[in-house]
Ligand binder design. Sequence first.
Ligand code: NAI
Length: 255
Amino acid sequence: MPLLQNHIAVITGAGSGIGRAIAVGYAREGARVVALDVDADSARQTAKLVSDAGGTVDSFVLDVTDRAACTAMAKQIADTVGPVSILVNNAGIARRNGMTGAPEAVIKDWEDVIAINLTGVFNVTHAFLGSLRANKGRIVNIGSIQSFVHIRQPSSPAYTASKHGVLGFTRALAVELGKEGVRVNAIGPGFIETPLNAATRANNPEAVRLFMEHTPLGRAGKPEDIVGPAIFLACDLSSYVTGSIVMADGGYRAV
Ligand code: NAI
């Protein structure tokens, strides 16, 4: 039997990169997928990919920074799709201004990154909490190497702070919801080739080279490299795993 049969899985930021790959992978394992993204076209394209592959999928526009919209979306999905048992908090952005950059840029990075990468995770989780608690749900949050360390290759304190926050939030929820059978875990991807870092790959090969030098597997990851861990954390194979982070970073943190 497929690993996610009889589950309804909501994935934020599902219109691109890692979120899209997880949507396709979850559908392959039998989940009914709900692809959410702030960008309507890309969410629709993900839905088409999933349905062309024989999966069951709905897509909706959702900006994770809009708390009222998150609450309304949870109600709409409950009414029109069904009870959600898996939530993947994947939507995220990266900005690369250091703290000593131009003040306007630094402040804007902080506000945008924290609003999407951290408060967005709170907003969506809070909106779907009733359904997840009622269905012994599983929450998978997308963290990062930067849930533990800052990286020298240009990156902002906002991004590192947001991903540290995602890990802290993961642990807090795992502790609070464990007795109810709700499991909450994170994934820490390494350098994964997606639109998020397309500009870095195009314009800063030296940064990529330094990253790979620190990566035992010696290659960048693909979005598909995150799918296995995401399935594992959402299905019963991980029935005694909660409050954890699975690193899918090519070994970066071992060095
Ligand atoms: P991506 O840029 O390919 O996809 C991100 C998606 O999130 C896009 O479809 C975008 O429209 C959506 N999004 C952005 N703001 C949103 C909002 N306010 N509401 C709803 N959706 C929104 O990026 P990628 O690489 O797939 O990133 C996914 C997650 O993985 C992010 O949380 C990122 O921080 C994390 N990550 C990525 C790594 C990488 O090397 N690509 C490494 C570690 C973590």
